[in-house]
Design a protein around this ligand. Structure first.
Ligand code: PA5
Length: 445
């Protein structure tokens, strides 16, 4: 099996000759403190050796649970937000047929997502769709108290019980949450739902290789053993001094220090959109603190070249770009001949569509380099579970190192609480009386 690879030469040419090498001691130190568990945030390092330590027993339990859900449901709704849904959504989309959805009687159950917004319309439309579905629910929340997820689960559970009866519903509702605390745990234990534990020492955005990601991915019909195998391969290489993980962490820090404050993750396949969303959270939530951190953005190309292309090429020169390039597409499609040739495309006759895409990618990379946008390129041999497993661990490990080199705790997220406090005060949540009075006064009510 081929490994993913990183190309950094086009980014290095925009940096001074020692910009990366001066960071090498900090990168090594970060690796060392991750390995010996002495870094900041060391109570959240459970993800570090997940690929090599996940047990066969847990994997079997996940696969058996997925088989039960697949047998009893045509639709599975995953309730979760942030790290409790983005990884699964990203991998499922990357591996799925883009139009699986619209095929009547597809082989796989539809895996839908809820609990990641508070939109009344979204939830009402979902509820309407589910009225004719034999649906099950995977309720994912580490804290077990997240409002978006709890609200969706409350609605979904009531509907599932109403449609299937309490006993049937019990067979198709699964909780993935803390071992002891939180409403999701209490409900699961009280109702006798099948449940999985999110380890205390694994933060949400690092949890895709736990049941949080693995159960929905297995429900969608994908090979979680191969995903873990790919991640394990990357874990084995991760300590290599100067390896691709260290290179990525070092180069992005060097670029940041040189004034490149925004990193754009670009893909050339629409089904990779959510991989960008997962990556944005991983790095954004890990590094964006203490007044520091690269702003993470993502674009779907060539689509967004017709919207954001102008900005990337020509606006303030504070960005760099990391391209995810897929070497070999899954299918083969050639450009056909057209007698009239009104579009002038006959010169491409017989060429693979992917060849056109690759030339667009190369042309864009060169144009961006000419426009002062340093480019890195991460090449995935193909879009399969093994490559995606490598990608996941590559990014997680690089994120840990990169955050430590930046000088922040990459494993906490104190800033996420601010909106919650205000929302609870505005909603008049019991226990928030003082905050409620203060916020109403601030709003002049
Ligand atoms: O990475 C994180 O920690 C967050 O994105 C959480 O995953 C997210 O806020 C959801 O939290 P919970 O799983 O507790 O519902």
């Amino acid at each position: 099996m081929k490994d993913i690879r990183l190309e950094i030469d086009k980014a290095l040419s925009s940096l001074s000759s020692d910009a990366v090498s001066t960071l090498e001691p900090a990168v090594r130190r970060a690796q060392q403190t991750l390995a010996d568990g002495t870094c900041e945030g060391n109570d959240f390092l459970g993800w570090l050796h997940l690929p090599s330590t996940i047990s066969e027993e847990l994997l079997t339990d996940i696969k058996t649970t997925a088989a039960t859900l697949r047998q009893n449901c045509d639709t599975i709704v995953v309730a979760g937000i942030g790290g409790s849904y983005l990884g699964a959504k990203a991998i499922i989309e990357a591996l799925s047929n883009s139009f699986e959805w619209l095929k009547a009687g597809g082989e796989r159950p539809a895996v839908l997502f809820a609990g990641n917004n508070i939109s009344e319309d979204y939830l009402a439309e979902l509820s309407d769709l589910l009225r004719t579905r034999r649906f099950g629910i995977i309720n994912i929340s580490k804290s077990g108290t997240t409002t978006e997820t709890a609200l969706a689960f409350r609605l979904l559970r009531a509907q599932c019980v109403a449609q299937r009866g309490a006993d049937e519903a019990r067979k198709v509702i699964v909780a993935i949450t803390d071992a002891r605390k939180g409403a999701a745990r209490t409900t699961a234990d009280k109702e006798g739902y099948k449940s999985f534990v999110i380890p205390d020492n694994v933060g949400g955005r690092f949890s895709v290789l736990t049941p949080v990601g693995l159960l929905p991915i297995a429900c969608a019909g994908f090979d979680i053993d191969a995903l873990i195998e790919g991640a394990r391969r990357m874990e084995q290489q991760a300590d290599a001094p100067g390896g691709i993980i260290e290179q990525y962490a070092a180069v992005r820090n060097a670029l940041y220090r040189s004034g490149k404050k925004i990193e754009i993750l670009a893909n050339y396949h629409p089904k990779l959109h959510y991989l960008g969303e997962w990556w944005k959270q991983l790095f954004g939530e890990s590094e964006g603190k203490d007044g520091k951190g690269i702003f993470t953005a993502a674009v779907d190309l060539t689509t967004d070249l017709h919207s954001m292309g102008q900005w990337i090429q020509d606006a303030e020169r504070t960005i760099f770009e990391t391209v995810i390039s897929v070497e070999t597409p899954r299918y083969s499609l050639l450009v056909p001949h057209d007698d009239e040739n009104l579009d002038g495309l006959n010169f491409l006759e017989g060429q693979h569509v992917d060849h056109v895409n690759k030339m667009a990618e190369l042309g864009t990379q060169l144009a961006h380099a000419d426009g002062g946008v340093p480019c890195l390129r991460l090449v995935l041999p193909c879009l399969d579970e093994y490559s995606l497993g490598q990608f996941i661990y590559f990014m997680e490990r690089a994120c840990g190192i990169s955050g430590l080199v930046l000088g922040v705790n990459p494993f906490n997220q104190p800033g996420v609480e601010a909106y919650k406090k205000n929302m609870f005060a505005l909603l008049g949540k019991p226990g928030y009386e003082a905050e409620s009075a203060a916020i109403r006064q601030r709003l002049g009510e």
